[in-house]
Design a protein around this ligand. Structure first.
Ligand code: F6R
Ligand code: MN
Length: 182
């Protein structure tokens, strides 16, 4: 029997207890932002986002992971801070994202490369269909906090996004977020 040993603060999304934490630094985002020159000129240790995951049943078929992502506000050139983005290795796995706080966009892309997006404001629950790549973009001034729940055997395929891109980018134009083809 798996023991429930994590605590969720529903107001902040913060998880404590039996969790794994990771941090994504700007230095690990080579080739993902349009303005690679500017990215390289910024401090590599700039924290883009942190992820907390409660992973009680790692890799088990039929298990679930539960996590919270905290994406910092900021820009690389004109492009908002965002997550790496991924398909799931096991393509036939879906995921739920919900917005705890902040302002942002969830970018989605199917396997044919057709991309779309969904606004993420507090309370919005988004079902990410199977076979869809997903990436979070923080378009606000504060931290974008997103809860997530996904199958524990889904895995992450970052390589396809790095190779082929995401189809759309989100930039700050005249002070406002604008989604554009990339
Ligand atoms: C899990 C999931 C999220 C992301 C997190 C960071 O399948 O979608 O927990 O892993 O938001 O984004 P990536 O993994 O794209 O760096
Ligand atoms: Mn995912």
């Amino acid at each position: 029997m798996v023991q429930q040993t994590a605590i969720l603060n529903p107001a902040t999304g913060v998880l404590t207890g039996d969790i794994v934490e990771s941090t994504c630094l700007l230095g690990s985002m080579e080739g993902l932002f349009e303005d690679e020159e500017t990215r390289k000129a910024m401090p590599a240790e700039t924290v883009l986002y942190k992820v907390q995951v409660h992973a009680p049943d790692a890799d088990a078929e039929g298990g679930l992971f539960f996590g919270t992502s905290f994406i910092n506000p900021g820009l690389v050139g004109e492009e908002y801070f965002m997550t790496k983005g991924h398909y799931h290795n096991k393509r036939d796995t879906a995921e739920y994202y919900w917005c705890v706080s902040g302002q942002g966009l969830l970018l989605l892309m199917d396997e044919a490369g057709v991309a779309t997006w969904q606004e993420m404001t507090p309370g919005v629950l988004c079902y990410i269909p199977r076979r869809s790549a997903h990436r979070l973009v923080n378009t606000g001034d504060g931290v974008l906090t997103i809860g997530a729940c996904w199958p524990s055997d889904a895995g992450h395929d970052y390589g396809s996004i790095k190779e082929k891109g995401f189809g759309i980018r989100v930039k700050k134009v005249d002070g406002k977020p604008k989604v554009m083809k990339s």
